[in-house]
Design a protein around this ligand. Structure first.
Ligand code: DC
Length: 228
């Protein structure tokens, strides 16, 4: 037996990258449950940095200070909830303000470098499903399956709009659409690990697919890879 077992066999990775509100979080979580794999919501890490910066009066453009802050954070996930130290911040990191902050802090290489090893530490047997922007292109380049999820910005805005209304929250469709367009631009035009579809990623447009159909697509693609 090899003294250095191959991590890609012991802990295979499926990456699901795509723009904001493309449904990748829900899809990734369901795929991980079906396969009994671990799950990494990498966007949550950038959201936590944005929230912690706000709490510590660090501006979202203060690259050096943000990098040091990201290195020092005590982040954990328990039963699908997000913790900073002992505090449950699951709801706090999902606000529109922190969504914008996450996209702003994520442009800094100092922040991305600080979170790199933490993201890789989620890779454990029997496997990992990771969603974000650069899971397949930077963090898990040897992933067994890379999915690039898209949907038109209007459809994504409408899904987000319905989510807010479903929670009984006030929501302005035009504002949501505008915010998503701004975030798309920032996430795909930044120089550090921009949102890009790599040649080895499978494109999956969910404009006319529901969550279940999307999950089935990913599971079938993964089974096909295992059989070949
Ligand atoms: O996936 P999300 O919407 O929760 O991500 C929030 C922000 O974090 C997103 O606008 C860009 C950033 N992000 C990133 O730069 N790289 C990742 N792998 C995940 C998220």
């Amino acid at each position: 037996m090899s003294a250095n077992p191959d991590i890609s066999v012991i802990a295979p990775v499926i990456t699901i990258d795509g723009p904001s509100a493309s449904g990748k979080g829900t899809v990734a979580q369901l795929v991980s449950e079906k396969l009994g794999f671990h799950y990494l919501d990498s966007g949550a890490l950038y959201r936590i940095v944005a929230l912690a910066a706000q709490q510590n009066n660090i501006a979202w453009d203060a690259a050096e200070a943000l990098g040091k802050l990201a290195e020092s954070l005590n982040i954990s996930f328990k039963n699908g909830e997000v913790y900073l130290g002992e505090t449950n911040i699951t709801e706090a990191v999902r606000s529109e303000e922190i969504s914008r902050g996450a996209s702003e802090v994520a442009i800094h290489p100092q922040v991305r470098n600080a979170l790199f090893a933490l993201q890789q530490s989620f890779r454990k047997a029997p496997g990992l499903v990771a969603d974000g922007r650069d899971m397949g292109s930077v963090v898990f380049t040897d992933a067994k399956l890379k999915i690039f999820l898209t949907a038109s910005v209007e459809v994504r805005a409408e899904r987000r709009h319905q989510q807010y209304l479903g929670k009984g929250l006030m929501a302005d469709f035009a504002q949501i659409l505008h915010d998503l367009q701004q975030r798309d631009l920032r996430d795909s035009r930044r120089s550090a690990s921009p949102l890009i579809q790599t040649p080895d990623a499978v494109p999956l447009d969910t404009t006319n697919r529901n969550i279940q159909q999307t999950v089935e697509f990913v599971l079938t693609a993964y089974k096909n890879i295992l059989q070949n």
